[in-house]
Design a protein around this ligand. Structure first.
Ligand code: C5P
Length: 236
């Protein structure tokens, strides 16, 4: 099937899939759309580093490895759970609008939001009881998802901080692994799905370059990849 920013193929193995990251970018639930040459290669490589880092640090994701074309990844097949959990270190974007606070306000706690992944409805915010009522997940699965997001959010915040990048927020998706049934992180983790700010300059290095028409999307994503590579290579 073909989702907006990625294409999915089935290889021969029944419990694996191939994701191809595309140059298409969408915002505001598909209302705004554009193509950026080279964007897919960048989000694929950033996502590979971040998902790989979580795998190595005890949080299982669907990511297995990058293929010879750097835009493609071999991933574990999952049964999709149509929910998103958004982790916020700062209150930005739609949450700032909703709460009527300044964009970028930094609360003392972290905030987790649960959304129903449904384009037609505009991915609305829902709660645990509503998710269970729709049979999207069970209460124990929701507990597990929240626990995974808290651990991953902290791991990624710390890793990006070492790279001189502030993780402002991050969107997580999940599935049940086809082979074990375990709840694992799916989809991608990149500047298309997480807000990332340069700690030194305060510049936005994420999809807000497109949402807010700030320009320089590809150069900003390149900075994220380069900064991440610098810290991850010295760690090994
Ligand atoms: O759009 P909003 O301000 O609610 O986004 C919060 C965070 O979740 C941002 O990092 C955004 O990129 C991500 N997000 C996403 N996909 C969505 C909704 C939000 O990646 N459907």
């Amino acid at each position: 099937y073909n989702r907006n920013e990625k294409q999915v193929f089935s290889p021969d193995d029944p419990v694996q899939v191939i994701f191809r990251y595309k140059d298409v970018t969408t915002a505001y639930h598909g209302v705004k759309r554009a193509r950026f040459n080279g964007k897919g290669a960048l989000t694929s490589q950033i996502s590979a580093l971040l998902l790989g880092y979580l795998n190595e640090n005890g949080v299982d994701t669907h990511f297995i490895r990058t293929l010879s074309d750097e835009r493609e990844q071999l991933c574990r097949m999952i049964e999709i759970i149509p929910l998103e959990v958004v982790f916020h270190n700062r209150i930005c974007g739609s949450l700032a609008t909703k709460l009527g606070v300044e964009d970028g306000m930094k609360p003392e706690n972290t905030i987790l939001d649960l959304c129903y992944n449904n384009d037609e409805l505009g991915d609305p915010l829902i709660n645990r009881d509503q998710a269970v009522a729709l049979k999207l997940a069970t209460y124990p699965e929701l507990d597990m998802m929240y626990d995974i997001v808290r651990r991953s959010g902290q791991l990624l915040t710390d890793l990006l901080h070492q790279a001189g990048i502030e993780l402002v927020d991050a969107k997580f998706e999940f599935g049940r692994a086809a082979d074990t049934g375990a709840i694992i992180i799916s989809d991608e983790l990149s500047p298309d799905t997480c807000r990332m700010w340069d700690e030194e300059t305060g510049e936005r290095l994420d999809k807000d370059r497109f949402r807010l028409d700030l320009g320089d999307l590809v150069p900003s994503y390149s900075i994220v990849l380069e900064k991440l590579r610098n810290v991850m290579e010295t760690e090994e």
